[in-house]
Write a new protein. Sequence first.
Length: 89
Amino acid sequence: MDADEVRLLQIEGQIHALARAWLYLAANAEMQGLLDHEALDRSMLATNWQGAPFEPHAHRTMQHLVDEMADARASRERVARYRETGLDE
């Protein structure tokens, strides 16, 4: 592996770590009632990078983060429902 490939993997790892940290922070704030997830979703999906070359990739990443938050929210709701009712539905 050449130096450019190593550097690219390093940057990719850092980006993944930052995204994961952001997801943890956002989920925590949401669970504490400090975050309006609908407003955050709208804001994230409306972000504009003024036609920068990376814009399509950034939009896909924002959509991915919004989807991850929605999946985590649904999972928390299922767990809460199960604890309350004993039912998986």
